[in-house]
Design a protein around this ligand. Structure first.
Ligand SMILES: O=C(O)C(=O)C[C@]1(C(=O)O)C=C[C@@H](O)C=C1
Length: 373
């Protein structure tokens, strides 16, 4: 190989030598960074005392990743570069204190994928059987943080998650989005043409409704607790020669050794789920934040209008408004409101103060950095 205007030949061994030298430099620098993180842990322990030291700092991580993307010159893309730094920080944090992360299990769910996307690979995974168990695990201190699904771009909100915030003191300290690709899966010994039942989580079945109506109108759809559980059941059934299929993602198909009959069967190609990170601490401002509130309106004419008017007047941009039954009075409702900004930003603070005067209850569920990756 020769370069333009240059007669010097660049050989493969030369390039590999150069890569080896760069790798050695990167390795030294990563270890230098890791040693810094260890020092950070010592400072945190001295400043905060042994009890309740907060090692994980979502606002700082978001700032680091945003800066990585802003200064990136390529040829690696911004996201690719941020993913590398995501893992570097994950390793550094594990060196400070390994984080136990509870998520809606079993192993292989999209929620696990979200946990790994948000925290990196260096975590202790704690799969839970249900959303309220994730909340309990974090409340009890058995897990440092939890990850739960909150809304899907095709199917809307995950009611269980919203309802779990009612009686919980946990705070939302982050969000993460995952593109959801579904596959129709069977055990290797099963002929797909024989399939009589299709197992998956009810949300996943709904996200593939049109595809199932078209290609599998006669197979019975069976809702189970998660799509990974559906994959496990399909694998078990296959061992007994039963022609059962599952709808699940790539991780679950690999985990349970299933064969992909059809890939990417979701009805909407941009099918995305948003997950929340829940923890025990409030998160300081990161410079680009969102806030989530739970608001009980007074049962009187114009009550909702007066809540919304406050956002408009202070120029605070709402991103979501959900209504759920209040569970206290029949036909009473509570509202889940998300908006841009941090509860300590002046305008957001003013809105929250006004809502407290106008609503019967306002609970700040958390202010947290907008998802970076
Ligand atoms: O800055 C800190 O507080 C750190 O602990 C360092 C660090 C990092 O590796 O950059 C690690 C973990 C935190 O969640 C945030 C950042």
């Amino acid at each position: 190989m020769t370069t333009k205007n240059d007669t010097t030949t660049i050989t493969l061994p030369m390039l590999r030598d150069r890569i080896d030298a760069i790798d050695a430099q990167i390795q030294d620098l990563i270890n230098e960074r890791a040693a810094c993180a260890q020092k950070v842990a010592e400072v945190k322990l001295t400043e905060q005392g042994d009890q309740n030291v907060v090692f994980y700092r979502p606002e700082r991580e978001a700032q680091v990743l945003r800066r990585v993307m802003e200064r990136n010159k390529g040829p690696l893309g911004n996201e690719e570069m941020a993913k590398i730094f995501r893992q570097v920080m994950s390793s550094c944090l594990a060196l400070e204190r390994p984080m136990r992360i509870a998520f809606l299990g079993p192993e292989g769910t999209f929620t696990q994928q979200a946990a790994l996307k948000h925290f990196g690979q260096s975590i202790i995974s704690a799969p839970m059987a249900a959303i309220d168990e994730v909340f309990r695990e974090v409340e009890s201190g058995a897990a440092n943080y939890g990850v739960v699904p909150v809304e899907n771009s095709t199917e809307g909100v995950v009611n269980h998650t919203l309802d779990s915030f009612r009686n919980s003191r946990l705070k939302i300290c982050g969000e993460v989005e995952v593109r959801i690709h579904h596959n129709l899966l069977v055990a290797p010994n099963i002929n797909p043409d024989d399939v009589t039942h299709i197992y998956s989580h009810q949300q996943s079945l709904a996200q593939c409704r049109a595809w199932l109506d078209r290609y599998w109108p006669h197979a019975e759809r069976v809702a189970v607790s998660s799509n990974a559980e559906g994959a496990r059941l399909a694998a078990e059934a296959g061992k007994n020669g039963k022609a059962v299929a599952a709808i699940a993602g790539d991780i679950a198909s690999q985990l349970y050794d299933l064969v992909v009959v059809s890939a990417n069967i979701e009805d909407h190609p941009d099918n995305t789920t948003r997950f929340l990170i829940i923890g025990n601490e409030k998160v300081p401002q990161s410079g680009k934040d969102k806030t989530s509130l739970l608001v009980s309106a007074k049962n009187e004419p114009g009550a909702l209008y007066r809540l919304l008017e406050s956002f408009e007047r202070h120029g605070v941009d709402m991103t979501r408004l959900e209504t759920r039954p209040s569970l206290i009075s029949k036909w009473g409702y509570v509202f889940y409101i998300d908006f841009w900004g941090h509860c300590e930003d002046e305008a957001c603070h003013a809105v929250i103060d006004e809502l407290r005067e106008r609503a019967s209850e306002v609970k700040v569920l958390g202010s947290y950095p907008v998802a970076v990756l």
